[in-house]
Design a protein around this ligand. Structure first.
Ligand SMILES: *Cc1c(COP(=O)(O)O)cnc(C)c1O
Length: 391
């Protein structure tokens, strides 16, 4: 273990990236070089900008086709998608949901939006995602299994669901996690917000959860401005998801009749138009991102004190956000690297603050989080836009 030389890190990044425009290199920016303008113009010209129009159906079909799920339901953002997915998986107020401590805040927020309580789980270094073995051992200790499913002995609450999240697009170890869910009668919902284009053992992420979700926020692999989707292989649940997210209106030529307390979470047609144009380019984006990652990997081979994180075994990752792992968990050293790289016009970022440290989640149950705590001070994200690849 040695202390990384920051000039070497900067040189390695500079040797890989190729930016056409002037100014600082951003972490991840969208690329609109396809039919975006034509499709958005078509929405405006036809006046179909809002909740009715052909692009929503088309976008949903493209998503289902690409990910290999039966159905996709486009919604306003990934957080809303996750809230509805949890509800449809049967998560009720006062249930607990197992969530990684190392994730974007949306995973725990959506859980809380259902009235449920996030219960924080540790990660593993191999995938940066939930650690299946550690989770299994932990449940052995704290869970009671009965006809109702799984109960937390300490809190008395039902543990209804588990949300593996595919960190920076690297798939969590889904097979053993599925096994733990089966053994403890919990539902799995994959937070695949970051993993469009990532495959686990040859199959697209999002196929393991009862329902899973995607995000099309401006910083994700493809964007609709803001947007998300619920994806599932259960057609009845997909139908219900569509119904619930579009005010639960019973179809009729003129009557307004609703049969649930629904949500106004539909994705507008104009956003879906952007999405269709982006989906047409997805394979190209993914090729460029993998190429960028390969070149980072080579460039960092000779930089001491830090390694470039590569996809776990059995995975083909989208490399949504590239990341460095410092050998040593040293927050001071990490901060120095962040400061110097940003000063040099290269945008770098630390990983999210562990969610159990945020005020609103401070009192939530959690297991030992030693790996997540270690990763929290070792991860540095580096520029990852598809457009940075030299052609
Ligand atoms: C982006 C993201 C989401 C969803 O975010 P929205 O901005 O609501 O679309 C959820 N979980 C994770 C891990 C994310 O990175």
């Amino acid at each position: 273990m040695s202390t990384p030389d920051i000039d070497n890190i900067i040189a390695a990044i500079r040797s890989v990236i190729h930016q056409k425009k002037e100014g600082p290199v951003s972490l991840h920016e969208p690329c609109f070089e396809g039919n975006e303008r034509a499709y958005v113009k078509d929405c405006i010209d036809s006046t179909w900008v809002s909740y009715v129009g052909k692009y929503v159906d088309r976008f949903e079909d493209m998503l289902a086709g690409f990910t290999g799920v039966k159905k996709a339901v486009a919604v306003v953002n990934g957080t809303a998608a996750l809230q509805i997915a949890l509800q449809l998986a049967g998560v009720k107020a006062n249930d607990e949901v197992l969530v990684p401590a190392l994730t974007f805040v949306a995973t725990a927020n959506a859980t809380a939006h259902c009235g449920a309580v996030p219960h924080f789980v540790d990660s593993e270094e191999k995938t940066l995602g939930m650690d299946p073995d550690k989770l299994k051992n932990y449940l052995k200790e704290i869970a009671n299994l009965n006809d109702n499913g799984c109960t937390n002995k300490k809190t008395g609450r039902r543990i209804k669901a588990v949300i593996p999240m595919h960190t920076f697009g690297h798939p969590a170890d889904l097979d053993p996690l599925t096994e733990v869910c089966r053994e403890y009668k919990m539902e799995m919902i994959e937070d695949a917000a970051e993993s469009l284009g990532s495959f686990y053992k040859g199959k697209h992420t999002g196929n393991w959860g009862k329902l899973s979700i995607l995000s099309f926020n401006g910083n994700k692999t493809i964007t609709t401005g803001g947007g998300g989707a619920i994806i599932t292989n259960d057609e009845a649940l997909a139908k219900l998801a569509k119904h619930l997210t579009s005010t639960a209106k019973i179809p009729h030529r003129w009557e307004y009749r609703h049969d649930y307390i629904g949500y106004n979470y539909r994705m507008p047609n104009i956003n879906a138009a952007l999405g269709c144009a982006q989906m047409e380019q997805l394979t190209g984006f993914l090729n460029k991102k993998r190429n960028l990652a390969e070149r980072y990997s080579r460039a960092f081979r000779n930089v001491d004190g830090v390694k470039f994180f590569t996809e776990p075994p059995h995975a083909k990752s989208n490399y949504w956000l590239n990341c460095l792992l410092l050998d040593k968990a040293d927050a001071e050293q990490r901060n120095k690297i962040l400061e110097k790289t940003n000063d040099a016009g290269i945008m770098t970022r630390p990983v999210w603050t562990l969610l159990n440290k945020l005020n609103m989640f401070r009192d939530c149950p959690r297991m030992d989080l030693s790996c997540a705590e270690d990763l929290e001070v070792r991860i540095i994200n580096i520029p990852s836009s598809a457009s940075l690849t030299k052609s």
